[in-house]
Design a protein around this ligand. Structure first.
Ligand SMILES: NC(=O)N[C@@H](CC(=O)O)C(=O)O
Ligand SMILES: [Zn+2]
Ligand SMILES: [Zn+2]
Length: 423
């Protein structure tokens, strides 16, 4: 195994030093002859990013993304682990499907692909899936989610929370009261009224989060809230956390940056669930991320084929790709707050997913060399045709964002060097 010395690197913004990687780990002795030298002057090292919410589309929609192409996009974005959502075709609701995704991830070998299991059979919201069989499978599933759909039935939600408690699992909820979002096309508010589009009211999200934190409190289980998008949701979470409810929450990069005004273009690239909200929601989400009411930035990378996106707004599928732009967007929102970025994009998601070996301390000899090197001074104008992902549905085309991922290492092996995916 090749040893590396990263010359003049800054760990989370600290004074430059040399970082030695040997036998897959951070070493505190000199690299020895034959080590490869990486000129890391001006670069910042972060623990490898961990995405709690990625759609990889395999099995079923390999034309939009595969485990391999999504793994490449993730590595290019500085990620070393991704949690793959269950809304594939077939749905990841059995040990067989989660093991297939897990095995494909191992074969690609670029990031750790941790499958998420469905809560209900076929995401249909009728009966619980085989949660236990998925947990004891080779994939060792700990996160369960019907993402794309809400587990709307409170009795099923309660039973799922009870079930996963036995193995410290977590239910990741897509919070959307379906009766309040029938026919919804965008955020319900002043812009939707002006455009005459059916709205997705903030309360459809907030009502489910309020219900679920009460259920999680009652059962004593772990709840994770996917893609929080409203100021009201932040207040519900703030109160629940203050009471000691075991709830964690994520926000996407796009909900930290973009607003519903973009829908006035009628460009379906801006259509997403939950929808882009207002500027005051964006402000509340940013503050919640800083305060820790929101624990994690998760991409909700949702690749879609051209025919599902380049059509009329009403017919377009919701979702945007995000793995390759997440860190630049977060840098543009938070600035160079490296400690906070490491916590929200690596350590906290690794803890929630139970991914030992990720979110480690790069200053400690013996830690896994699972890290990413970022050039904060570089700026890049996003060109969809440059994306590593198989899909092109980025809302940032033509936008200039700070930060470039120069290298990514997974257990001492480079997956990205000079900004290019290795292999
Ligand atoms: N976010 C989206 O708009 N779409 C996601 C599903 C989801 O995250 O709800 C997808 O699978 O495409
Ligand atoms: Zn969702
Ligand atoms: Zn999703």
């Amino acid at each position: 195994m090749t040893a590396y010395v990263m010359k003049g690197v800054s760990l989370l913004g600290a004074a430059p030093r040399d970082l030695v990687v040997r036998d897959g780990r951070i070493a505190d002795e000199p690299p020895g002859a034959g080590a490869e030298v990486i000129d890391a002057a001006g670069l910042v090292a972060l623990p490898g990013l961990v995405d709690l919410h990625t759609h990889l589309r395999e099995p079923g929609r390999e034309d939009a993304e595969t485990v391999e192409t999504g793994s490449r996009a993730a590595a290019a974005g500085g990620y070393t682990a991704v949690c793959a959502m269950a809304n594939t075709s077939p749905v990841a609701d059995t040990a067989g499907v989660v093991e297939q995704v897990w095995r494909l991830g191992r074969e690609a070998g670029l990031v750790d692909v941790q499958p998420i299991g469905a809560v209900t059979v076929g995401l249909a919201g009728r009966q619980l899936a085989e949660l236990g069989a998925m947990a004891t499978s080779a994939a060792q599933v700990r996160i369960f989610s019907d993402d794309g759909h809400c587990v709307a039935d409170p009795r099923l939600m309660r039973r799922a929370l009870e079930y996963v408690k036995a193995f410290d699992g977590v239910i990741a909820q897509h919070a959307e009261e379906p009766r309040l979002t029938e026919g919804a096309q965008m955020h319900e508010g002043e812009v939707s009224t002006r455009l005459g589009l059916t709205g997705w009211p903030a309360v459809a999200e907030e009502a489910i989060i309020a219900r679920d934190v009460l259920l999680a409190e009652h059962v004593g289980s772990r709840l994770h809230v996917c893609h929080v998008s409203t100021a009201g949701s932040v207040e519900v979470l703030r109160q629940a956390k203050a009471r000691g409810v075991r709830v964690t929450a994520e926000v996407t990069p796009h909900h930290l940056l973009l607003t519903d005004e973009l829908a006035t273009s009628y460009d379906p690239v801006y259509k997403v669930n939950p929808p882009l909200r207002t500027a005051s929601d964006v402000r509340a989400l940013r503050q919640a991320l800083i305060d820790g009411v929101i624990d994690v930035v998760a991409t909700d990378h949702a690749p879609h084929a051209v025919e599902d996106k380049e059509c009329e707004w009403a017919y377009a599928r919701p979702g945007m790709v995000g793995l390759e732009t997440a860190l630049p967007v977060v840098l543009s929102v938070l600035g160079e707050q490296w400690e906070l970025i490491a916590e929200r994009m690596s350590r906290a998601p690794a803890r929630i997913a139970g991914l030992a070996g990720h979110g480690g301390d790069l200053a400690a000899a013996g830690s896994p060399a699972t890290l990413t090197l970022v050039d904060p001074a570089a700026r890049r104008t996003v060109d969809p045709s440059d994306l590593v992902s198989r899909s092109r549905n980025t809302p940032y085309a033509g936008t200039t964002l700070p930060g470039r991922i120069v290298a990514t290492f997974l257990r001492g092996e480079p997956t990205v060097l000079d900004g290019k995916v290795v292999r």
